[in-house]
Ligand binder design. Structure first.
Ligand code: CTP
Length: 324
């Protein structure tokens, strides 16, 4: 899922890119789509048989014991003891509702978002998921929308490297708070992949409390939930490191009646043959940190084709169209 694990679990295995004709695939995704409610419900049931997203996705005082040793899901041999102080920072109960949201948008960070003017369509959802603290302001808004109810923050590449929260410097904290003001609801951090993630995740929570940013709450991903989702996908043909995008989509499929994906297109050309950068906010000279290069970390094309299968079955909708 997140970069920090990949730095730890570096392998020499190269991702296998599924052969795909992006032109034909794009044309197919642009055809009229209709949800198949039976298929959506079936998948929701199947996933809920593995784990309850509502109760388990986020660490709470209801699913964690005071004093419990939380096992890391990458560094399996390590645990973190949820002492009283830590335990008291967890939400009492799940912040997720018992009844599903009607419509959700899951927004990937693909450059395919640019120029499609889908911001309003994205924000039309009752609940919006976003990955890795993406920019939603200025010229981006028209294409990305502004709504963000569940935003993820990679503890290493974002909280540590980009915002340097471990330094505890007032200027860094300010910079972080200024940036995250554009989101509301949940700031979800995968704090229990590897040990190095926990301290900086806790720091992020403290900073938001210190700055009294009450519209946004840092919550920690539950490693047991992540492991259950990973097992589900392994059983369904994706035995690899899952990306944040597919993890959020899986969550959405369990807590939303209708799931709409935007910004998912892990190819360097569009379906019309136009050259694409990787993220919508990349500059032409943006260099990937080799430890964070998605080609190394994940097999996004293979994941994407799995999502295309779900689109075909009417379980979710992948948006590729121009909206306005
Ligand atoms: N994504 C995509 N096509 C792209 C870029 C991103 O489909 N060209 C999707 C992927 O599912 C990705 C998600 O959007 O996981 C969020 O993008 P990003 O934050 O860039 O994710 P990654 O860099 O892959 O980070 P992670 O390791 O946290 O998944």
């Amino acid at each position: 899922l997140l970069a920090e694990m990949l730095v730890v679990v570096a392998t020499t295995q190269q991702p296998t890119t599924a052969p795909v004709d992006v032109g034909t695939l794009g044309q197919e995704l642009l055809l009229p789509w209709q949800q198949n409610r039976t298929a959506s419900q079936h998948l929701m049931d199947e996933l809920n048989n593995c784990t309850s997203t509502q109760a388990e996705a986020i660490l709470t005082r209801a699913n964690t014991r005071n004093g419990q040793n939380i096992r890391y899901y990458i560094q399996h041999e390590k645990t973190y003891q949820a002492n009283r102080m830590f335990y008291n920072t967890l939400p009492r109960t799940s912040p997720l509702p018992q009844t599903p949201y009607r419509r959700c948008s899951v927004v990937g960070n693909g450059a395919v978002l640019l120029g499609r003017r889908c911001g309003a369509e994205i924000d039309k959802a009752d609940f919006v998921f976003r990955s890795n603290l993406p920019p939603l302001t200025g010229n981006f808004t028209r294409d990305t929308g502004r709504k963000a109810n569940w935003t993820t923050a990679n503890p290493i590449s974002q909280l540590n490297w980009r915002f340097n929260l471990l330094s505890n410097k007032p200027a860094q904290k300010e910079k972080f708070v200024r940036h995250v003001r554009q989101y509301s609801g949940l700031l979800w951090v995968s704090a229990f992949g590897v040990k190095a993630a926990t301290t900086v995740a806790i720091r992020a929570q403290r900073v938001l409390r210190e700055k009294k940013l009450s519209s946004l709450a840092v919550v920690y991903g539950n490693p047991r939930h992540f492991a259950a989702v990973r097992d589900f996908w392994a059983y369904n043909g994706l035995s690899m490191r899952l990306s944040t995008g597919i993890y959020l989509t899986t969550i959405a499929m369990t807590i939303c009646d209708e799931v709409h994906l935007f910004g998912f297109w892990p190819f360097d050309v569009s379906h019309t043959g136009e050259k694409l950068l990787y993220h919508y906010y990349d500059k032409p000279d943006t260099k990937m940190n080799p430890n964070l290069d998605p080609a190394f970390l994940h097999n996004l094309p293979k994941e994407f084709l799995k999502l295309v299968e779900l689109h075909r079955r009417g379980v979710l909708k992948i948006h590729l169209e121009t909206c306005q």
